[in-house]
Design a protein around this ligand. Structure first.
Ligand code: SAM
Length: 194
């Protein structure tokens, strides 16, 4: 597991302003309703999850991270905010390189500053996993400072449509919303109509 360094942890767990900025930027670009099932991978301290929960009230929000310490911290932050863990929130350890969720089960997957942690050689596997748990028509929302071209190439190759993209100042990199297409890259329909 690519754990954060103590220094990175310090900064990531304190930052909040940039997460508000992300949500403000995404205003009008996200297809989340109170019926949505949302996954945040690499959720860290769970701060974006809290903001998402309060803004969109999704039916289910899975707050996950590979690092148990981060999940425990996220749980403490959730309890500090609400007194207990709300029934629509699920906090659990999950590795983006070994995601155990059902295929096409989430409406939106968030990965904010996570992909660089898996390393360049695991990038396609991480994107395959994020893509596989996303419903057709669902949105992958990520921000990344590294491998930006490589990620976009993957998305284009795999039939995603990029509907939002913005470069941020230091610390957040590029924020992107990509929608999983109805069609695979060969142009064949991924879902059968009845
Ligand atoms: C830079 S932090 C970002 C945290 C949070 N998304 C934010 O923006 O505040 C990266 C997070 O990704 C997690 N992470 C690293 N590798 C991961 C993996 N393979 N699967 C899931 N999470 C991972 C780290 O533990 C860390 O919490």
């Amino acid at each position: 597991m690519a754990k954060m360094s103590a220094v990175e942890k310090f900064f990531v767990n304190r930052k909040n302003r940039s997460l508000h900025e992300i949500l403000a930027d995404l205003d009008g670009s996200l297809a989340i309703s109170n019926a949505s099932k949302v996954l945040e991978v690499g959720a860290g301290a769970g701060k974006l999850s809290l903001l998402l929960n309060e803004k969109y009230h999704p039916a289910n929000l899975f707050v996950t991270d590979v690092d148990e310490e981060q999940i425990n911290l996220a749980e403490r932050n959730v309890k500090e905010r609400y007194g207990s863990v709300p029934t629509n929130l699920r906090l659990e350890k999950a590795d983006l390189l070994d995601l155990r969720y059902s295929e096409e089960s989430f409406d939106v997957v968030f990965a904010i500053m996570v992909f660089h942690h898996v390393g360049g050689k695991n990038l396609d596997a991480a994107l395959d996993n994020a893509s596989s748990v996303l419903k057709v028509g669902g949105q992958l929302v990520y921000s990344e400072m590294f491998h930006k071209r490589k990620i976009k190439d993957y998305l284009t190759r795999n039939g995603f449509t990029i509907s939002f993209s913005k470069s941020h100042a230091l610390g957040l990199g590029e924020l992107v919303v990509a929608t999983k297409s109805l069609r695979n890259p060969d142009g064949e329909c991924r879902v059968e109509t009845v």
